[in-house]
Design a protein around this ligand. Structure first.
Ligand code: KG4
Ligand code: ZN
Length: 338
């Protein structure tokens, strides 16, 4: 019998539902909340309310697009954390209610495990999956980690940011340039037209395999302030070079540590995951690193980089195979341990 899993993701500002059959993607619906744009960042209270409005239609559409019936679903996987508590509560409560109504089991998924396991979603484009162990660079709006993935349920953080996440560095620098939210995709787009070595910013490289991005953010701010004193139109005049140089700096910091970690651990496979994995400069740089070192390299399809329920459903599928189900008394956790 085939195993059909419904995945639900509501940890931040995207309401998403996906259906996976035996590891193959049948549907993946994402409703991105526009309401936060005018505030330049996610407003938690507004995010919870938008999830509440979106979740039923999004799940309904995901089931319809998958071409299945509600009764075909064998289990419901949902994001338990980490994320915004109010947002997580909507997804968790909905998942519990539907699981009770359908008399099927619930599966809790750690959002970060979901990002990493997105490499196991099978589609017509994504047919190869990593072999264990592999080294994953996980870069999102809230996290920046190097993870040694020994198995679906055995992952070890070997390096992490000691302050800001890579996505935060993109978003905060974009904000001071007056670009929209989230800033990462904007910086990426403008970078294509700029010179990546036009400007030099601080590149803090803490000891070992850890990362740091707050110094870069500060150096970027001071650099803008100094130049704006001389030329009030500095940002407008040089935005392409500013974005290209910023992106180049962030990518260099990430690749430096990924390369060191891969050598230290002697892994044969590397992978990239999380929202910042959508960045074109980073995708190219990871591909180049893999090629240079002769490593099997996995870059996720764009739709599996930023938050999506397909990654929650695939993580749920592998837990289902091990009969790892969740109790209905569990609560979402804003700071769920890795
Ligand atoms: O994984 P994700 O969707 O949400 C979290 O779990 O945090 O990641 C969102 C982050 C944001 O910081 C966003 O700016 C960044 O991913 N991002 C990008 C790009 N697309 C999304 N950063 C750089 N370049 C992109 N193309
Ligand atoms: Zn995420």
């Amino acid at each position: 019998m085939s195993v059909i899993i419904l995945g639900i993701e509501s940890s931040c500002d995207d309401t998403s539902a996906a259906v996976i059959r035996d590891g193959h993607l049948l549907s993946n619906l994402i409703s991105t909340q526009q309401v936060h744009e005018e505030y330049g960042g996610v407003v938690p209270e507004l995010a919870s309310r938008a999830h509440q409005a979106n979740i039923v239609p999004v799940v309904d559409m995901a089931i319809k697009q998958a071409g299945i019936k509600l009764g075909d679903i064998l289990a419901i996987a949902f994001t338990r954390g980490p994320g915004l508590l109010g947002s997580l509560l909507v997804g968790t409560s909905f998942a519990k209610g539907l699981a009770i109504a359908q008399n099927i089991p619930l599966i809790e998924v750690n959002h970060l495990h979901g990002h990493i396991l997105s490499h196991f979603i099978l589609t017509s484009n994504q047919t190869q999956v990593p072999g264990f162990p592999f080294l994953c660079l996980l870069v999102s709006g809230g996290h920046t980690q190097l993870v040694l993935v020994n198995n679906f349920d055995d992952m070890q953080i070997i390096g992490k940011t000691i302050d800001d996440a890579a996505g935060e560095a993109f978003d905060k620098c974009a904000k001071v340039m007056g670009l929209g939210y989230p800033g990462g995709p904007e910086v990426d787009k403008l970078s294509a037209l700029g010179n990546p070595t036009a400007f030099r910013f601080a590149k803090p490289l803490p000891h070992g395999l850890d990362f740091s991005f707050s110094g870069l953010k500060t150096s970027f701010l001071y650099f803008l302030r100094d130049n704006l004193e001389k030329d009030p139109n500095f940002i407008e005049n040089r935005k392409y070079d500013l974005c290209a140089s910023l992106q180049h700096t962030i990518v260099t910091i990430l690749i430096d540590k990924l390369g060191t970690a891969a050598r230290k651990l002697g892994v044969k496979e590397i992978a990239l995951a999380g929202g910042v994995a959508a960045n074109s400069g980073l995708r190219d740089a990871v591909m180049r690193l893999g090629k240079k070192r002769g490593l099997r390299t996995f870059i996720p399809e764009l739709k599996f980089t930023t938050d999506n329920a397909a990654m929650i459903a695939i993580a749920g599928y592998y837990k289902f195979k091990k009969n790892e189900f969740a109790d209905h008394s569990l609560t979402p956790q804003a700071r769920l341990p890795f």
